[in-house]
Design a protein around this ligand. Structure first.
Ligand SMILES: [Zn+2]
Ligand SMILES: [Zn+2]
Length: 232
């Protein structure tokens, strides 16, 4: 006889919380996430199906494996993970737990998930994040990003929070939390669709910061062709 756990049939998918690093594809056209531990090598999109991280031929979440999307019930438990030194720049995700799932004391392991909201902590300088910028490491084909304010972007590859939401698609919301206020900081930067005034102000601030940096670099190179148009 095989013992079975009672099956749940919720009317709405349960909500889970987790942390993950935001990633941007090498060509800059796709955005997603990569887990902080198990499964960290496999970037996933906003709506995704789990595959067994050990390459076993079973459907996650398998009872005798630990594959599937992991999440916890309690947001503060997920938030606590962000204190770990290697997780400081990860985002806090709120997910819908979809498909078959196994519920345990602290959370879920599921076949499928939808990331509803991603929350970016402050820039390393303490200012609220306005963008997600190249963190200096990644996976093959994917750059890992980290929260950055406009002032700390410099020449790094970066996307605004709203751009990240657009590239990731599927109605993802990306917001900034914590840190000292910057223009439009803390505002919900909207979904993949409609940008409002705060989002456009934030985009303009980013562009201005980029332009300032660019002009500083140009100035450093001197002013070639000051006596007339450059030849060649
Ligand atoms: Zn497995
Ligand atoms: Zn900064």
């Amino acid at each position: 006889m095989r013992l079975r756990l009672p099956e749940e049939r919720p009317t709405e998918p349960p909500t889970g919380h987790k942390i993950a690093h935001p990633v941007l594809s090498q060509d800059g056209t796709r955005a997603g996430f990569t887990g902080v531990s198990l499964g960290g090598a496999l970037p996933y999109g906003v709506v995704a199906d789990a595959s067994c991280v050990y390459g076993l031929r079973h459907r996650p979440p398998h009872r005798r494996c630990d594959c599937g999307f992991h999440s916890v019930h309690d947001r503060t438990v997920a938030e606590a993970l962000l204190c770990g030194s290697e997780h400081r720049t990860a985002l806090l995700l709120e997910v819908s737990v979809l498909g078959a799932y196994i519920r345990f004391e602290h959370g879920f392991r599921s076949a499928r998930q939808r990331v509803r909201t991603a929350t970016a902590g402050p820039c390393a300088c303490g200012t609220a994040a306005a963008a997600l910028a190249d963190a200096g490491w990644g996976r093959p084909g994917w750059r890992v990003l980290a929260p950055s304010c406009a002032g700390c972007l410099r020449g790094r590859i970066a996307v605004s929070l709203a751009q990240f939401a657009r590239l990731a698609g599927d109605g993802l919301r990306v917001r900034a939390a914590g840190g000292t206020a910057a223009p439009a900081a803390g505002a919900d930067t909207g979904t993949a669709q409609g940008l409002g005034v705060p989002e456009l102000v934030a985009e303009a601030a980013l562009l201005q910061a980029r332009l300032d940096w660019f002009q500083t670099q140009l100035a450093r190179l001197g002013r070639p062709g000051a006596e007339g148009p450059a030849q060649g």
